[in-house]
Unconditional design. Structure first.
Length: 108
């Protein structure tokens, strides 16, 4: 009975403002870019940032610098933070050596 009560109490307590939510294991595809001294994953339609990148091991330069401007598939843990989630990257797979916005979103 005590465990059931505890689970109910945890479920009804709202998350505290400013706290990160638990990370989830995910796979994301997009383009690697360097912005504001860090690395980000952007979507491949309008190149807007979708996540800040952090390596699971090693330095960001060793893990992401060679992929800047490439379309990649990343696997790792995604932590929901504001204004941009942080992805702790376990692996990087190159999808394409180039990355450009789709023709639909470009100005004529």
């Amino acid at each position: 009975m005590g465990l059931v009560m505890l689970a109910v109490l945890v479920a009804v307590v709202p998350p505290q403002a400013g706290k990160a939510r638990p990370a989830a294991k995910v796979s994301l595809t997009g383009c690697v870019d360097e912005r504001d001294g860090g690395y980000v994953l952007t979507n491949d339609t309008n190149l807007q940032p979708t996540a800040r990148l952090k390596p699971a091991a090693g330095s960001p330069e060793d893990n992401f610098a060679r992929h800047v401007g490439h379309k990649v598939k990343l696997r790792g843990m995604l932590s929901k933070e504001e204004p941009l989630p942080i992805m702790t990257v376990d692996s990087v797979e190159t999808v394409s050596e180039t990355c450009a916005p789709s023709a639909e979103t470009q100005e004529p």
